[in-house]
Design a protein around this ligand. Structure first.
Ligand SMILES: Nc1ncnc2c1ncn2[C@@H]1O[C@H](COP(=O)(O)OP(=O)(O)OP(=O)(O)O)[C@@H](O)[C@H]1O
Ligand SMILES: [Zn+2]
Length: 731
């Protein structure tokens, strides 16, 4: 009967459930939000469809549906909800992602449904920047902060006062001066970005790349590779402008939206208004407004974190993934998916172009270029005649730091020299806190997390030891917890906090700023820090990986990498690749304007190929060697990989389940199972973890194999198996 319709519910069922259309009613079309009975409850769901295009994947991977229910037991749909329907290509994307990641489709759909967006928000008074913004106006520091705070979109008076750190009077004053306009925040106040707003004039190299990007019609992936500071953003802005002229929407994915203040400002300069921002920390009101504006088409350009992939675009015409190599695009919790890869899928399902931008493209993307699947555009020069920084290694064996210190005299001299010239310097160490390990000098005890296989990290400013995996923290003990010795606990190794102390002693005159995710909490703090550096209110920046993120600081000329070896060891497949990418990105912060930049890498093993490649600026050569290492063993991207993480409260349960998976492991030509073995984090948040890896040849899909395997192993009870297709982290 045709009035039996599938409804997908936001729960971990295998597929949609069937419901009946009430007598005399018209069957709601696929995508409609409906309310249906489930057991004794009423729940919301979305009318789904069956037998959809499964892309290159076997049909059994699609959500074929739940067990059939005989027609006389079908329960009717309770109500049709008046809300924007879920577009067809988004529903197909949900199915595709669910099948690829082996996730129940309802859980993927839940990310797209956003039930909190269903009812329109009540009216609310707020402020937005005047448009057009009078560029000539000179602002007081307070007013400048207000402007910055509004760069991402309108705020209430209270929200604005908090974000900018000003009193209400400053805001009212700006309103009276015509710098701010009053808006109703309950209705989407999105002004369409103007593709023909006068933006920067592109160089001929940039222009050529932009022209090629603009010419792409229909599905097509382009890698936009450009050296750091080459103006990749300005180039893909032209592709966005083209999409806008075609009457389409555009989506830009950034790895960390909280660190994108400069990006937002540049968007505003190019298009005259701010884009619509989307990320998981948006307040519920902003989230609701943004979601509805995307659905009704008033939001034309969305910039967001990976979850923006699930927004209900009706007219999506372009996707850009900036810093495509970033591992932050991989969601590790809940539904595990790689937003870059899934963005390509979404673009294919919508038949639109997608741009992947990076100065350090991933091996995955490079392999796709080589295989002819992706186009490749290159920007070889920095914008405005700036040159690439000169990179050198400091051999720490020859130039060791003083006892108890971590900065080599060579680096110290360089910092002094650059600061002396009135330029800025950056000390980079990708480690938060004061010291990564606390050791007892009497008994050798190392203080570990009670819940994880990990050392506790000392955070001296907070006087605590903390676990960076589970969040456990405790005061720094007076006595060794193992032998009871007093004055025996010693911090081993540096974190940024310790480097900051060392720098304070060495360069007491320098105005210092620490940039780490736990010292700069939230987008406003990061934006203020970036503003302070750009305004030369800071001489020396000490930071973790957040300083590597696309910042443009024209007066920064020296980058000192405190530990270039960090990250190179360890069994991770991509350890070397990731380290080279990160350090190259950090190095790329130096010398982006007139004054030339210099990068010094402190290393105890400067002969390591990663360090050699960084010094030589030979990323291509390094990646070619990585490729040569991975190809023979069918490691990604030359083969497929899935991780199975078995976890249980009791080690014996985890072992039993892991053994069972080992016994039932699939066999066959081009199929290999590694493990079971204890996961590197054998204990995480109190759960014992074991790991197996399934590796197949590239032409063999892992999903059907995994399904059959899990069905046969039938792990139940105390142990849980989490599947991670295309794992990025090997912890
Ligand atoms: N044609 C142009 N006219 C004016 N300014 C430009 C132009 N192209 C680039 N810029 C400026 O140069 C700086 C570097 O550009 P951008 O940040 O896009 O480089 P990038 O390639 O993304 O670098 P990275 O990979 O290091 O993030 C920015 O401040 C940008 O506004
Ligand atoms: Zn822990």
């Amino acid at each position: 009967m045709s009035d039996r319709i599938p409804v997908l519910l936001p729960y971990p069922f295998e597929g949609p459930f069937d419901y009946a259309v009430p007598l005399g009613a018209v069957a709601p079309p696929p995508g409609t939000l409906v309310q249906v009975p489930l057991g004794r409850r009423e729940v919301l769901g979305i009318v789904w469809s069956r037998g959809q295009d499964s892309g290159p994947w076997p049909a059994e991977l699609t959500t074929a549906g739940a067990r059939p229910v005989s027609h006389n037991r079908l329960r009717p749909i309770s109500a049709v909800i008046d809300a924007p329907p879920m577009p067809d290509d988004l529903r197909r994307f949900v199915d595709w992602l669910a099948a690829y990641t082996l996730t129940p489709p309802g859980l993927v759909m839940a990310m797209a449904m956003r039930t909190n967006a269903i009812t329109p928000p009540p009216p609310l008074a707020g402020w937005a920047l005047a448009e057009p913004w009078p560029e000539t106006t000179r602002l007081t520091a307070q007013r400048a902060r207000v402007r910055e705070a509004l760069a991402a979109g309108p705020l209430t008076t209270r929200g604005l006062a908090e974000a900018a750190g000003v009193g209400d009077g400053v805001i009212r004053g700006m309103g009276q001066a015509g710098l701010l306009r009053a808006v109703d925040l309950s209705t989407p106040a999105f002004t369409a970005p103007d593709p023909d707003h006068p933006g920067p004039v592109l160089s001929s190299e940039q222009r050529a790349a932009a022209d090629e990007l603009r010419a792409v019609r229909g599905f097509g992936v382009t890698l936009l590779e450009g050296v750091t500071g080459s103006g990749k953003t300005e180039v893909y802005f032209e592709a966005i402008a083209e999409a806008l002229r075609q009457g389409r929407q555009a989506l830009v994915l950034l790895p960390e939206i909280a660190l994108s203040a400069q990006w937002l400002e540049r968007f505003r300069q190019r298009f005259g208004v701010a884009p619509t921002v989307w990320h998981s920390d948006l307040g519920s009101r902003r989230r609701r407004i943004a979601w509805r504006a995307v659905a009704d088409g008033s939001a034309r350009v969305v910039v967001g974190a990976r979850s923006a992939l699930f927004l209900p675009f009706g007219e999506l015409g372009l996707i850009v993934v900036d810093e495509e190599h970033e591992t932050a695009f991989k969601q590790e919790e809940g539904v595990t998916y790689h937003a870059r890869d899934m963005a390509v899928v979404r673009a294919r399902l919508a038949d639109i172009p997608i741009v992947l931008a990076s100065a350090t493209p991933s091996l995955e993307t490079r392999a796709n270029v080589e295989a002819g699947r992706y186009r490749h555009l290159r920007l070889a020069r920095r914008h405005g005649g700036a040159t690439l920084p000169e990179v050198a290694a400091i051999d720490m064996r020859a130039h060791p730091p003083e006892r108890g210190a971590f900065l080599s005299p060579v680096l110290v001299d360089a910092v002094r020299e650059h600061l002396g010239r009135g330029e800025q310097a950056l000390l980079f160490l990708n480690r938060r806190g004061y010291a990564p390990l606390t050791l007892c000098r009497t008994c050798g005890h190392r203080i570990e997390c009670p819940n994880c296989t990990a050392w506790l990290v000392e955070h001296r400013a907070r006087a605590r030891l903390a676990c960076h995996h589970c969040g456990y923290s405790a005061p720094i003990p007076e006595l060794c917890p193992s032998c009871g010795a007093a004055h025996s606990l010693t911090p081993i190794g540096p974190g940024v906090e310790r480097i900051t102390d060392e720098a304070a002693a060495l360069f007491p005159q320098a105005r210092r700023l620490v940039m780490a995710s736990d010292t700069l909490v939230g987008p406003d703090a990061a934006a203020r820090a970036a503003g302070a550096i750009a305004a030369r209110e800071v001489d020396l920046v000490i930071g973790t990986q957040i300083v590597a993120k696309g910042w443009h600081f024209p007066h920064l000329t020296l980058v000192g990498v405190v530990d270039a070896d960090l990250g190179l060891s360890g069994g991770d497949l991509r350890a070397a690749e990731r380290t080279v990418q990160l350090l190259h990105q950090v190095a790329g912060r130096a010398g982006r304007a007139e004054a030339p930049g210099r990068v010094l890498l402190q290393s105890w093993m400067p002969e390591h190929p990663a360090t050699v490649a960084l010094v030589a600026g030979d990323l291509d050569g390094f990646m070619a060697r990585e490729a040569a290492q991975r190809r023979p063993g069918h490691w990604p991207p030359y083969g497929r990989l899935a991780a199975l993480i078995v976890s249980a409260d009791a080690a014996t349960d985890a072992d039993a389940a892991a053994r069972r998976l080992g016994q039932t492991a699939p066999k066959g030509d081009g199929i290999e199972v590694l493990g079971p073995a204890p996961a590197p984090l054998a204990l995480l948040r109190g759960r014992h973890r074991r790991r197996l890896l399934l590796r197949t040849r590239r032409d063999i899909a892992v999903q059907p194999i995994l399904r059959a395997w899990l069905a046969e192993a039938a792990i139940r009870g105390a142990a849980r198996v989490d599947i991670d297709v295309d794992p990025v982290s090997f912890l």
